[in-house]
Design a protein around this ligand. Sequence first.
Ligand code: CTP
Length: 395
Amino acid sequence: MLNDKTVVLGVTGGVAAYKAADLASKLTQDGVRVKIVMTEAATKFVAPLTFHTLTHTEVITDMFTAPIEYNETHVSLSEAADAVVIAPATANTIAKIAAGMADNMLTGVVLATKTPVIIAPAMNANMWENPITQENTSKLKARGFIIVEPGYGRLASGKMGYGRLADIEVILGTIRQVLGGKGDLGGRRLVVTAGGTQEPVDPVRHIGNRSSGKMGYALAEAVRDRGAGVTLISAPTSLPDPASIEGIHVQTARQMKDAVAKAVSKADALIMAAAGADYQPKSTAKSKIKKDAETMTLELVRTPDILTEVKGDFIRVGFAAESEDVVANARKKLDKKKLDLIVANDITGAGSGFGADTNKVTIIDKKGNVENLPLLTKREVADKILDKVAEILGR
Ligand code: CTP
């Protein structure tokens, strides 16, 4: 998907420069053409050979000994790039860019480029918190630079503080979102739900279901990578939060409904991949229910149906997890819930059950078109669903 993209990765002189090698490697594995530009100080921390070996391209370290294929290198590089990324970015480089300086190849590329520039600062906590650095960073943000904020953690000094390079996955997520920005969902906002809701019985027990959340998380990542903004509203799962995605955590179907209602007010589409509970206990016991009686009856009441009850003008995509008459049952749900699309899956099929990394689905639209897809990874299924959403949005 990123095969035709070029990223200039600028590496500046901080100890976190070694982490940029991992970033360069992952981008290369994603199919991105990575052009490395190192400042002189960066070469003191990591050898250019490391980057050359990982990316198989010339590493540019000097303004005047650049490879011949780049005539006027800083200009041609800045034009070839779909994104310029600086990771790690030192306080010094940030200050130079904020001042409009171009005294080395990297700052020259940044000043000459019209493509998005992503800056991931990494430095000592005092340097990061210094008002001068904060002012420079704010200035760059105001000018449209994308800053991947440094995290809190153990710094090279041994002290804890802010200034640690953001996780590589977070930087990668931002790069993917930027590179997808010109795609068919660029500039859109989607709300995706995931996971299985939990309806509490008492403080230690709940009624739940076997949804792993993998389909919804794959969808949220696919939306991000196609350049759209995404709000992921998740019921409890064991999955880590996807990088560069606004995540909202809820427990019950009712909480999910409230979060969805709020998020869709500025969205183009809602994709309900969550397995929302259909019933909840009529009341939740305040203290733990004791094992006093031989039998126990739990009275359940209906939960709100989120797809039906949340009002607004946006594309509605539902899922139908069925164990029999899959397409017929899914069609009924599409009509009843007034959906634009429904994604039906036979949960009894091999590779399509709960927790699997693959899914075999049928996508049905409101005109009655039925598309049977083969067994695919959940990420591939996500992209197929988004192809349809993009098509409807583009009409
Ligand atoms: N859904 C919802 N609100 C709920 C429960 C489910 O919006 N309280 C959504 C799901 O996210 C899914 C779709 O409705 O996109 C269909 O869910 P499913 O459980 O298959 O269908 P139900 O409508 O609950 O019907 P049934 O359980 O009777 O098959």
